[in-house]
Write a protein that binds this ligand. Structure first.
Ligand SMILES: [Zn+2]
Length: 281
């Protein structure tokens, strides 16, 4: 685990040759130490996830880059990852690369990419090569970027350090999330550089743990449904998330709904209005 001092906002840290991380000044419950902005390259720079609208962070990105910024890439369009992209592009003339925002009311609608990566596509950005891996789940437009040379996966919010990402339905999708984890398992990399928090060294072990955690939570959903009459999201949340502090329950409830939608699609539960129940055999 990286020392927290390395994740102070405004501090640029070299992670590998030609790869630097700069943390935005937006620490919080859902953002950890703040959003990680990554800079790739030496003579020409690609910026991944410029972060929230924050002029100080904009200035700091340009300062730290210390070379022309040619490309701006996003992992997804939640408000803590992409809103600064437009302003940074205007300041630098850089090309915007990413998937446009879905319309679920939780997205940065100002993000309008010049180029949309397709799954498996290699992006040659000056001397830097990144492979785009579409990983829907946390949001439908999530893309991870694989830096093969460094053996590093830039995961956005698909994988985070120390916490399991929130799945925000209906745009976020639990079945897709698990499929995306399986897809990453088949690729070659050793380390994960997440959207929030420090670099994760044991990449594949972390993915396996995430998968196991989701299935553990799913089995708690099923047990809670078995033990509860007239189960609603409100009544199920404290039972299913009895190991999670109550101040996180508002977010936990969204992930719970994503679990229930997955079970509904698998014909394992029924829904009558706001009431959820196990399907009778
Ligand atoms: Zn997100």
């Amino acid at each position: 685990m990286e020392a927290r001092s390395r994740l102070a906002s405004g501090t640029a840290i070299a992670l590998a040759p030609g790869i630097r991380r700069l943390v935005a000044g937006n620490p919080g419950l859902m953002t950890g130490p703040g959003t990680n902005t990554y800079l790739f390259g030496v003579h020409e720079i690609a910026v991944l996830d410029p972060g929230p609208l924050d002029d100080a962070h904009l200035q700091r990105i340009i300062e730290v880059a210390d070379a022309p910024i040619r490309w701006i890439i996003t992992t997804h369009t939640h408000g803590d990852h992409s809103p600064l992209a437009k302003r940074l592009a205007r300041a630098t003339g850089a090309e915007l690369i990413g998937v446009p925002p879905p319309h679920d009311g939780r997205q940065d609608m100002t993000f309008a990419p010049d180029r949309v990566p397709v799954d498996g596509q290699t992006l040659q950005l000056g001397d830097v090569r990144l492979v785009a891996i579409c990983t829907p789940g946390h949001a439908s437009n999530c893309v991870c970027y694989l830096h093969q040379e460094a053996g590093m996966l830039f995961s956005g919010d698909h994988v985070l350090e120390g916490v399991s990402p929130v799945i925000l339905p209906p745009d976020g999708d639990m079945a897709h999330y698990l499929a995306s984890i399986d897809k990453l398992m088949g690729l070659s990399f050793d380390r994960i550089a997440p959207g929030h928090g420090g670099v994760i060294d044991n990449a594949k072990q972390t993915l396996a743990m995430l998968r196991k955690h989701r299935l553990m939570r799913e089995s708690k959903v099923i047990s809670a449904l078995r033990a509860t009459d007239n189960a609603t999201l409100e009544s199920l949340t404290p039972r299913v998330y009895d190991d999670v502090p109550p101040d996180r329950h508002v977010w936990a409830r969204l992930t719970l709904e994503a679990h229930l939608i997955k079970l509904l699609q698998e014909n394992r539960v029924d829904r009558q209005g706001a009431i959820w129940s196990l399907r009778k055999e």
